[in-house]
Write a new protein. Sequence first.
Length: 170
Amino acid sequence: MVDRDDTLCPDVPYCSDPADMHAFPDVPASVKRLNDAGYLVLMVTNQSGIGRGYFTLEQLNAVNAELLSQISAGGGRIDDIFFCPHRPEDNCDCRKPKTKMGLQAIEKYGLDPAECWMVGDHDKDIEFGRQLGMRTVKVSAETSFSDAVDIILSEGAKSQNNPNNREETY
């Protein structure tokens, strides 16, 4: 699972215009590497702009469609999108770090969380993954999405050879 803003693309606060959506340059090829290795790539994202009335579901879908188009143009594929439209003060069960979006994805795709990864830029993304029993990678100025994919592909190969060789967070 991957976060959207500041993981796959720069965070444009309450982005409602597809023209403002730009995947990081390394993202399309990196997503393709995950696809080619057999990983489902599921985006999980908090989008409180809907609950705040800053943009509509249709606008969110158009922005996400633009991101998917850019990733597709580079050969990659996001397999599904899960989003929380609520404001933090709504105290819903789906806003990360709460796990409802992840549980929905796990159920929908029959996933084993121990075989899954969560990649995101915030502590709430990492906490979300940990609560679900996933391995996690935090992207930052020092660790790009491409670096995260390198870790996933490297550690994934190691765990296939030795399932007890797992670290929690990178």
